[in-house]
Design a binder for this molecule. Structure first.
Ligand code: F6P
Length: 357
């Protein structure tokens, strides 16, 4: 009988359960009987041997349920070779758990850092299949990650809600979206929500360009402005600094986050009514949307097929609309940034959206 370990690692998202359901349904159909070992709270469960033997039934009825039934945690890749607080060597401990359970494969649902660890475990000789999770959509090698579209939907809804109140009160609103170091959520939700200004980490902004948009709108008789900013966005001045200094400036910023800094600058210039809104972790919560349920199911089925074919050491990805797989070592350690010259940005500029550049 096939013994499969499964874990969810890193920040959660809406379609983790949907993806696990896809994996387990696929395995059941391809192998008949299977043994599933669900590790609690991501790699921590593998390190400490904290697992549950689970029945396929336990993965039923969770297609639309957000979060993860296994729990998750962050075990940073850069800390992998540093023992846990209680002195356990992480990699040997994970290998030991895998071998003790005589697993045929470990399925890892995770983002960039988690897939780097998956690659490391594969190099240690474990059979690993990765699945691309993250609301940030920043995994190199896949057009789409599961969780992204649902997060874009939430962020778009937040912009829609702000739009009406901004208009009623003639206010400038700065809405901050998640995305870590990349601007995918911001770009998509900004366009979907009809933002006037979209600020991405990949395109450092100039406050003067933001003022220009506000002035232009005022001249047109539009009394409100919607600015959507990625949490990782930086100004042109900050972008010019050497990496170390840049990090320090960001860490010591006298504001809770970038949206507040931008709002404050606008307030200083116009003494006008400016507000900040942060959808925050709502972008990761709630149910997966229909698109995510579809790709999660397909990704899960593909992972099951790969296990059947003993095609290990790979990450399931979507390339040009097709579900396929790439070697973990090819994607590990690389981020997929928004290309400032991409067509979406060019067309958005034609629509009159400012990127602050
Ligand atoms: O990677 C997903 C993500 O939601 C990022 O967009 C964000 O920067 C980060 O995780 C937030 O992490 P935490 O849940 O630890 O606050």
């Amino acid at each position: 009988m096939k013994k499969i370990g499964i874990l969810t690692s890193g920040g959660d998202c809406q379609a983790l359960n949907a993806t696990m359901r896809g994996v387990v349904k696929g395995l059941e159909n391809l192998f008949g009987e299977i043994e599933i070992y669900g590790f609690k709270d991501g790699y921590k469960g593998l390190i400490y041997g904290n697992y549950q033997k689970m029945k396929p039934m336990e993965f039923s009825g969770i297609l639309g349920k957000g979060g993860t039934i296994l729990g998750t945690s962050r075990v940073p890749f850069k800390m992998l070779d540093i023992p846990t607080d209680d002195g356990i060597d992480k990699v040997p401990a994970m290998v030991k758990t895998y071998k003790k359970l005589e697993l045929d494969c470990l399925v890892v649902l995770g983002g960039n850092g988690s897939q780097k660890t998956a690659n490391r475990l594969s190099q240690e000789g474990l059979n690993v299949v990765g699945l691309p999770k993250t609301i940030d959509n920043d995994i190199w090698g896949t057009d789409m990650t599961f969780g992204f579209q649902s997060a874009v939907d939430v962020a778009t809804h937040a912009i829609d809600c702000i739009y009406t109140t901004a208009e009623s009160h003639s206010r400038v609103f700065v809405i901050e979206t998640m995305g870590h170091k990349v601007g995918w959520i911001t770009l998509h939700a900004g366009i979907a929500g009809g933002a006037d200004v979209i600020l991405l980490p990949e395109i450092p902004y100039d406050m003067k360009k933001i003022y220009k948009t506000i002035d232009k709108r005022t001249k047109q008789g539009k009394n409100f402005t919607i600015i959507v900013v990625a949490e990782g966005a930086i100004s042109k001045e900050v972008a010019k600094l050497p990496k170390k200094e840049r990090k320090q400036v960001i860490a010591e910023r006298p504001y809770p986050s970038i949206a507040y800094e931008i709002a404050d600058k606008i307030r200083e210039k116009y003494t006008s009514d400016v507000r900040v809104a942060l959808p925050g972790h709502t972008q990761r919560g709630g149910s997966p949307d229909a698109y995510d349920r579809v790709i999660s199911s397909l990704f899960g089925a593909k992972a099951a097929e790969m296990i059947k074919e003993k095609d290990f050491g790979k990450l399931v990805v979507m390339l040009n609309g097709e579900v396929t797989a790439i070697p973990l070592e090819e994607t590990a350690g690389k981020l997929k940034y928004v290309d400032p010259n991409n067509q979406m940005i060019q067309e958005a500029k034609t629509l009159g959206i400012s990127f602050g550049d």
